[in-house]
Design a protein around this ligand. Structure first.
Ligand code: HT7
Ligand code: ZN
Length: 848
């Protein structure tokens, strides 16, 4: 497959001033009539349109039917020869949505027609200049059987309804805002809906509709509330208001990602819309709030101002993630949000950044663009925006955003344009900072200290990594928040340093005793700190920054676990410090985070050569020791916070469930019958999914017969609810029990499971591939199972398959024995006849 390079970018040779689309939807096929008004921008004779898997019926140039000599078609394009300065092209083509299992372009999710066009799905609907820098005004008419498809939607405002005599009807939609084709959307179905209204800051009334499968209407209230909160927040925080009469959201079950920000018609994975406390966990509620907000925020950061080309993806995604993180921090707990954001970054992005698939937030080349919707582009991209926010400060950042919106509204721009706005309004030079867009890998900072004659000196050395292709990289520029804390726990100094050189030092005087360093407060830069020595127990007690207090706890636990992995006994100083945390009178959601032990994957990342077994065994031993030593106190915390009759979703109730479930999980490490019975009782009496899911997880790991009983009950209750069944599959495939691979294989035959539904693939196969104990099993059976699934799913949905390929990206760091087994499977997959370019690109990078 051919790679596309950023350096080869060329401006489009044509503009499309208007596009008029008509869709005639039938059960077996769809006829698309596409009328485009072109304007030539360059001295070229030929117009080359993107076109994939289309059956061409007719082509008219300025109303004259073209014969076969006047145009050519190949696998990727339709070319029309000898075109004038301005002309109208009408194309009629046929597509087969019910056969579209890739879920790109126009496809069917159950009985609903829906679309997914980002990044390059529109070319699978009709021939077009399917690139984000071609923006046009769309008018779309959808025609279908009235009884089967009473709801017909597209982008923009509703323009006209048509009643036909043959039992069919049509609706015309007009979107006045020029947009790239990736933001096009169409939906047709027999859907239920929930409606509301929002009045914008300048007094415009916007109709809000959420469309779902009939019967699910009562599960939309949280999504609707989140939407209205997001709309208000963007007005108050960024001064941005909505710009159409209607905002429609449609929830579908078959969807490759979380949601899509199509102009005025967002299409969502139903997992990010539907919720009530019986079927959704507290984490699901949070996820819905954040994804609803994310898609809404794209209206300005992505839709009004879009990307010049797909290498600029982080321009809209990094910025929009930063905006949704800030929104969630304002809606919930700021300190918890920051820690959750960093946890996510480390679990996903740091792993990617240490792997052969690593890339800068602005990649230099791609084979399949779908492979670049990565944690690096999204989450590291958000950290890069956050650093600019930190460097500029709130006020200047807002001025810079205003400048960005005012200068580039209606345009397709680059990350350089964004940085220009930050520099102009911020009065700051970001030349070196821009390396964050172009260099890959997580920067490391070696921290040394010196204390002499009352002067404290901080000595910093940047460890500079080579790029993935071996080329040299340069020192980075970033804000580093730090503090010095006196021995008595008083805060002596708080500062934001600018790190920019390979080696530099900063001195602070006037200390009677050596102070304790608190570094990278708030995680002000997305880096790895390598510190020779630190007083973690002290920082756990006295650090006033919630992030670095959390960090000290994690680091102390990591240090303890790593020495256990080398054969040492459990460090009782850590146990004592953990006991101190248990007594703290602090926000309970934050406390639940402080009490969490580092994840297996965090520990894996730190190993030079990974052997999972040693990590699991140290982890289990430490958890068991803590559970035994603090059993009484943990039980007390559990009882104080267990309110089985409450399903409230206010901050206090969520926090109580979080701490109660955290201590229950820890207690379960002792594997006693008493704890299993508590979990069973929690399962039997709970009225929230949060409590049920924790109880099932605990039972699965403590008591086989009780687990079997509870899982059977759960299955019988929820087998008709696919979203809940995702949790069922996820819980089982993350189990540490010995027979789990066999059970996962059997579950594929369950009547609920379907390889064509991405959520189910993710919850069964995807979760198994992240179950390090079984995926990396020494008999190689875990790898073999996932590789077999990749080959099967690649034929159905390459985007899903390449996601599974990514689970092998830890290959480089595995021990020789596992590497050999992994290589065998990867070689088998890459040599499969007809393998998609998506899967090829990932495996090829892993094996290189
Ligand atoms: N902008 C969207 C990215 C996207 C996507 C969404 C759904 C299905 C396939 C997709 N490919 C790319 C999602 C977002 O970031 O908001
Ligand atoms: Zn996005």
């Amino acid at each position: 497959p051919q790679a596309i390079y950023l350096k080869d970018y060329k401006k489009p040779s044509f503009a499309i001033r208007e596009v008029n689309l008509t869709f005639e939807l039938f059960e077996e096929y769809t006829i698309v009539t596409n009328v485009m008004k072109f304007l030539k921008l360059d001295n070229v004779q030929e117009l080359r349109l993107h076109a994939e898997e289309l059956e061409l019926l007719e082509v008219f140039l300025d109303d004259v039917a073209l014969d076969q000599e006047s145009y050519t078609i190949d696998e990727e394009s339709l070319s029309v020869k000898n075109v004038a300065e301005s002309f109208t092209l009408k194309i009629v083509n046929k597509i087969y949505p019910h056969k579209n299992t890739e879920l790109e372009g126009l496809y069917k999710s159950g009985d609903i027609f829906c679309t997914q066009c980002e990044p390059e799905g529109f070319r699978r609907i009709t021939p077009y200049l399917d690139r984000p820098d071609v923006m046009s005004v769309f008018t779309t008419t959808v025609i279908a059987d009235k009884e089967k498809y009473p709801i017909l939607l597209s982008n923009g405002n509703k323009h006209q309804c048509h009643e036909n005599f043959d039992g069919r009807h049509g609706v015309t939609w007009h979107d006045p805002h020029p947009k790239p084709s990736y933001l096009f959307a169409l939906v047709a179905g027999d859907l239920g809906s929930v409606s509301d209204e929002f009045t914008t800051m300048s007094g415009n009334k916007v109709a809000l509709n959420i469309y779902v499968d009939k019967g699910n209407e009562s599960k939309c209230s949280h999504a609707m509330r989140s939407l209205k909160e997001a709309m208000r927040w963007d007005e108050e925080t960024y001064g941005r208001e909505y710009d159409l009469d209607i905002y429609n959201i449609v929830a579908v079950d078959s969807f490759n990602m979380g949601a899509m920000e199509n102009k005025g018609l967002n299409i969502f994975n139903s997992a990010y819309v539907l919720a009530n406390t019986d079927t959704a966990t507290d984490a699901n509620f949070m996820g819905i709030e954040s994804v609803i907000a994310h898609e809404y925020f794209h209206n300005w950061t992505g839709n009004r101002i879009t990307c010049r080309d797909w290498f600029q993806l982080t321009l809209k995604e990094g910025l929009t993630v930063f905006r949704d993180q800030s929104f969630s921090a304002d809606m919930n707990s700021r300190e918890v949000q920051r820690i959750e954001d960093v946890k996510g970054l480390r679990e996903r992005q740091f792993v990617e950044d240490a792997s052969p698939t690593r890339h800068p937030i602005q990649p230099k080349s791609y084979i399949s663009m779908n492979n670049f919707y990565t944690s690096t582009v999204y989450e590291k991209g958000a950290e890069v925006i956050r650093m600019m926010h930190t460097l500029l400060g709130e006020e200047k950042y807002r001025a810079a955003m205003d400048l960005y919106f005012n200068t580039f509204d209606g345009e397709a721009v680059t990350t350089g344009d964004f940085v220009w706005a930050m520099e102009q309004a911020g009065g700051i030079d970001l030349k070196q900072f821009q390396l964050w867009y172009h260099q890959s890998g997580t920067p490391r900072l070696i921290v040394d200290e010196k204390f002499e004659n009352g002067v404290y000196t901080l000595m910093l050395t940047q460890k500079i990594l080579d790029d993935v292709d071996g080329s040299k990289q340069a020192p980075m520029y970033y804000p580093l928040k730090m503090a010095l804390i006196n021995q008595d726990g008083a805060l002596a100094l708080e500062k934001m340093l600018i790190v920019s050189k390979e080696k530099e030092s900063f001195s602070f005087d006037g200390f009677a005793f050596k102070p304790v360093l608190s570094i990278n407060r708030d995680f002000s830069a997305p880096i790895i700190i390598e510190q020779q020595e630190s007083d973690y127990a002290f920082l756990m007690k006295y650090d006033t920054n919630s992030f670095t207090q959390y960090e000290a706890t994690q680091n102390f636990a990591i240090e303890t676990l790593e020495s256990m992995m080398q054969g040492s006994k459990i460090d009782e100083a850590f146990v004592e410090a953990y006991g101190y945390l248990l007594d703290l009178d602090i926000d309970l959601s934050y406390k639940a985070l402080l009490l969490e032990l580092p994840s297996i994957s965090t520990l894996m990342q730190r190993q030079e050569v990974i052997d999972c077994q040693i990590i699991y065994s140290a982890h289990e031993d430490l958890a068991k020791h803590l559970a035994d030593v603090f059993q009484e106190k943990l039980l007390q915390i559990y009882k104080e916070n267990h309110n089985p009759d409450s399903d409230a979703i206010d901050a206090k109730s969520i926090a109580q469930r979080a701490i109660k479930n955290r201590v229950l999980k820890l207690l379960s490490a002792s594997e006693t019958k008493e704890i299993a019975l508590i979990a069973k009782e929690q399962y039997d009496n709970s009225i929230t999914m949060t409590d049920r899911v924790t109880a099932l997880d605990v039972l699965e790991h403590t008591d086989e017969p009780l687990a079997e009983e509870a899982f059977k009950d759960f299955y019988n209750k929820y087998k008709d609810n696919t979203l809940v069944m995702n949790k069922y599959f996820g819980l089982l495939s993350s189990s540490l029990r010995d027979d789990i691979l066999h059970r996962v294989k059997t579950l594929q035959n369950d009547e609920v499971y379907d390889d064509k539904v991405p959520n189910l693939v993710r919850s069964l196969v995807g979760t198994f591939a992240r179950n390090h104990k079984h995926f990396h099993a020494k008999d190689g059976e875990g790898y073999k199972f996932v590789a077999d699934k990749i080959v099967e799913i690649d034929k159905i949905n390459p985007q899903m398959a390449s996601g599974l390929c990514s689970t092998f990206k830890i290959y480089d760091k595995m021990n020789k024995e596992n590497q050999k087994l992994m290589k065998r499977e990867l070689m088998r997959v890459i040599s499969t006849q007809g393998l998609s370019k998506n899967s090829f690109e990932i495996i090829d990078k892993i094996l290189k």
